[in-house]
Write a protein that binds this ligand. Structure first.
Ligand code: C5P
Length: 428
């Protein structure tokens, strides 16, 4: 009776996956939760109000302006009284309404009126899931703190195969448990795959570098690479969500520290290397940071004065290559060392050369040329990324996805690689 006394408001959206919610309701009741259920008008085409009411053990709400409901309880009270709101199936339409704050039926009104955590279990056709409009809505909802479970990849009712299937009731139940448990104000990013549900990296330690480094010229000026840190932070969060103990070594970024991750803040490449070495040993090292290749020789102690017609000449010295250093760290080399390669031309050839030169196990190559669209108007830091995973054994291109989804898929791949290494080791 893990959920005894917990009050959960279930909102059933209008999708074929609504039938799975009957099982979820049954399981929630078995665990002692007390339920209120709201169905959208179209949800009632997929499952009957009577089945839902029988299993939920109470009334099912549907109309925004039902006089009886209003006098009995008041629609705002429905979401105020709950400990958690669960939207399943969360359709593309319902997510769009939530992301934009629309409130034109009972479900959307309750979602806008609540001050409680919301967990959504999306279900839709894969084209709809991967549509830029849906990706934008999901990003906004995540920023608002909405929690996600799924969707899963697999066969769908529409005949296509891919991401978009609603998670199974057991997975939603586990996510409900976690949502009710967690004290975090900024929730971890969504679990996009079953992989995440089973916490396959439990007991593993992962170090991630993220963001740029700033190399001072004087106390007020610096040189740096462009980097938002979004992909690195998303990877750290995804690894934590998969159960790993994560140390994130971050250069200066405008992002919050991911929940559940030990974050070390550094400025320069030298500080970043020292922080990574201090965090060793680890099972996986993922170098996502856009480390400045050079630093200024002899940083000025005072602000360099502007002198007419005589601009200062900066002498640069090479920075340590953190990725190469960790990949060649002798006894304390992490078993899996992953580098990133942001390239603007010949992306794959350059990435392969980097794999050999730095002696890492994996290079994740991303095309940041203007044609790729990742840089938009010439500035990196967008929310989507298209990456190719390159190992000595071959390469795999992932579709263009939100950086959170890229992170989740990469963590799943890295987990598989780590497991395969352990098996090889045992077979030797
Ligand atoms: O050689 P390049 O900078 O393109 O390689 C990118 C990869 O190497 C990234 O994984 C980045 O984090 C890492 N790197 C590093 N230290 C440097 C330069 C790059 O760890 N000084």
């Amino acid at each position: 009776m893990a959920l005894a006394g917990k009050r959960i408001l279930i909102i059933i959206g209008d999708g074929i996956a609504a039938y799975k919610v009957l099982d979820l309701i049954r399981r929630l009741r078995e665990q002692g939760a007390s339920l209120h259920v709201v169905m959208t008008t179209a949800a009632k085409q997929f499952v009957t109000e009577l089945s839902v009411a029988s299993l939920a053990g109470g009334k099912v709400f549907g109309d925004l302006f039902s006089l009886m409901d209003e006098t009995e309880i008041g629609h705002i009270q429905l979401s105020r009284d709950a400990d958690l709101l669960v939207v399943a199936p969360a359709t593309a339409d319902l997510l769009a309404k939530m992301a934009h704050g629309l409130a034109n039926d009972l479900a959307s009104t309750l979602l806008l009126a609540t001050d409680k955590k919301i967990l959504v279990a999306p279900a839709m056709n894969l084209r709809m899931w991967l549509h830029p409009a849906t990706l934008r809505n999901i990003a906004s909802l995540r920023e608002d703190g909405v929690l996600f479970v799924g969707p899963e990849e697999g066969d769908m009712a529409c005949g296509e195969t891919g991401p978009g299937r609603m998670s199974e009731p057991t997975a939603i139940l586990a996510a409900i448990d976690r949502a009710l448990d967690s004290e975090t104000s900024i929730p971890l990013p969504a679990t996009m795959r079953k992989h995440q549900e089973t916490r396959p990296l439990a007991g593993r330690r992962v170090i991630v570098t993220s963001g740029p480094t700033h190399e001072p010229i004087d106390p007020v000026r610096y040189i740096a690479n462009r980097s938002s840190g979004k992909q690195g932070h998303a990877l750290a969060a995804a690894a934590a969500e998969a159960g790993a103990e994560v140390v994130l070594v971050s250069g200066p970024v405008a992002l919050p520290d991911p929940a559940g991750v030990e974050t070390k803040h550094v400025e320069t490449a030298a500080e970043m290397l020292a922080a990574v070495e201090a965090a060793l040993p680890a099972d996986i090292f993922i170098g996502v940071a856009a480390v400045a290749d050079w630093r200024v020789a002899g940083t000025a102690a005072d602000k360099i004065k502007k002198q007419k017609n005589t601009p200062p000449v900066l002498a640069l010295v090479e920075n340590p290559d953190i990725l190469a250093a960790i990949a060649q760290h002798g006894m304390s080399r992490p078993r899996l060392v992953v580098g990133f390669a942001a390239e603007t031309e010949d992306v794959l050839a350059h990435a392969q050369a980097k794999l050999a030169r730095k002696r890492c196990d994996v290079i994740v190559a991303n095309d940041v040329s203007l044609q790729s669209g990742v840089m938009g108007s010439g500035v990196m830091g967008k929310d989507e990324n298209q990456v190719t995973i390159i190992t000595p054994a071959g390469m795999e291109a992932l579709p263009r996805l939100h950086k959170y989804e890229v992170a989740t898929r990469l963590v799943a791949r890295f987990t598989d690689m780590l497991e395969a290494m352990a098996e090889d080791h045992t077979n030797e």
